[in-house]
Design a protein around this ligand. Structure first.
Ligand code: VJV
Ligand code: CA
Ligand code: ZN
Length: 390
């Protein structure tokens, strides 16, 4: 495969540390850091690494993590060991910090956390220093982590740390989240400020889908004198949303948000569990549609921090993130939709060996989002935006 030419207009930087990849949540746990290896192999097989600045992410320091997280929680995260799950004297802390099936304690947990957080911090700093226009950390995007507890496979919130860094240089930062789950940790962290507008698209079912928050009318603190009022924007969806409706909805909402709020930078969480055939997700998007959202955000030409997130069918996660890397490089047209013969682990991409398998046709799922429902969402977002100024 020929190398992708280096774009002339702007720089794209890639922030990763291969030491993240071998960490293991447990054999049947859905979160598989190995999907990052597969993503990197695809990106390299297409020659995209020649078109970006590649940085080895360093581990975030304890002090950097403490910019958001409580030190008692970090101390626990640093010291806890896999065997502690069964120790009665540890059980109080394990419950307090929400470790368990979703957030297991595994070997190298603290290293894993500090490396994926370091990637997002490095990426945000490159944007602030004008050394990069688009900075990518596919190992980040862990949007559920709270100040003082783990949640939903997330232990430290690299996105919050990245946005805090961006806020040192930009008066307003917008956060966009296309993971199938609600970006509750990021929303909560910036709940009381008007300097971050958080926008999450997600499956919403208060009682039956994690984390159960993110209703349309959950828009920020209710007191009108609290600056964060109206600065959380939620787009709750039902099962089976398809390419056409999602792309239309995304543009109808994200476009007016950017035009109204006028952020100085954008952080984009690209959770790939919104694809069809995801092990945990329930949407019906193809790789092309997921990528179309990334392409749309890119058209605004703002400093862009791009992070990963969920995604539980590794062969499709890597397809989406490789395709999105090519979009960010303005090189999507130069890429062969047939996966190169030379890619390592090529067997994972059979039988079609295509970057764009028909995911929406492989699992029969009705779109439970009626036109009227989606129109109502757009209308209600317009009303919310009347309270927002740039
Ligand atoms: O739904 C939940 C919480 C429970 C309690 C814990 N059990 C294991 C599951 C039900 C109520 N948690 C969700 C968390 C989803 C996190 C998504 C993260 C992201 O994509 O937004 C960002 C990275 C959930 N859904 C499915 C599972 N947990 C799940 C966890 C497992 C599992 C199978 C499913 C943990 C261990 C094992 N299997 C072996
Ligand atoms: Ca989301
Ligand atoms: Zn998710």
């Amino acid at each position: 495969q020929n190398a992708i030419p280096r774009p002339s207009g702007y720089r794209v930087s890639w922030h990763a540390n291969p030491d993240v990849e071998p960490h293991h949540f447990g054999s049947s746990h859905p979160m598989k850091p190995w999907r990052l290896t597969l993503t990197k192999q695809l990106v390299m097989a297409y020659g995209m690494h020649h078109a970006m600045d590649l940085y080895l992410a360093r581990a975030a320091t304890y002090e950097e993590l403490a910019e958001f997280h409580h030190t008692d929680y970090l101390d626990f995260l640093q010291q806890v060991m896999p065997g502690d799950m069964e120790k009665p004297e540890k059980s109080e802390s394990i419950v307090k910090y929400n470790f368990g099936d979703d957030c297991p304690i595994f070997n190298g947990l603290y290293e894993y956390c500090s490396l994926y957080a370091g990637g997002s911090l490095d990426a945000a700093r490159k944007l602030c220093n004008n050394q990069s226009e688009i900075a990518i950390n596919w190992s980040g995007g862990l949007h559920h982590a709270k100040k003082g507890e783990a949640s939903g496979f997330c232990y430290v919130n690299d996105i919050v740390l990245g946005i805090l860094q961006l806020l040192r240089h930009h008066p307003r930062v917008m956060y966009v989240d296309i993971d199938v789950h609600h970006g509750d940790g990021v929303e909560q962290a910036f709940w009381s400020t008007d300097r971050v507008l958080t926008v999450s698209f997600h499956k919403y079912d208060k009682d039956n889908f994690f984390p159960g928050t993110g209703a349309r009318d959950s828009t920020g603190p209710s007191h009108p004198l609290n600056p964060g009022a109206h600065h959380a924007l939620n787009v709750p969806l039902h099962d089976g949303i398809d390419d056409k409706s999602y792309i239309q909805l995304f543009k109808d909402i994200v476009g007016p948000c950017i035009e109204t709020y006028k952020p100085g930078a954008i952080a984009l969480q690209c959770g790939a569990d919104s694809l069809g055939c995801d092990r945990l997700g329930c949407f019906n998007l193809n790789v092309g549609a997921h990528g179309a959202c990334v392409a749309y955000v890119k058209t605004f030409n703002l400093p862009l921090l791009v992070v990963g997130g969920g995604g539980y069918t590794p062969r499709n996660v890597s397809r989406a993130w490789a395709h999105e890397t090519s979009i960010l490089l303005d090189a999507a047209d130069l890429i062969d939709p047939n996966i190169p013969e030379t890619v390592t682990f090529r067997n994972h991409f059979g039988p079609d060996y295509s970057l764009f398998p028909p995911l929406s046709e492989m699992r029969k799922l009705d779109n439970k989002n009626s036109r009227a429902y989606l129109n109502g969402l757009v209308q209600s977002v317009r009303e919310q935006l009347r309270y927002i100024r740039g």
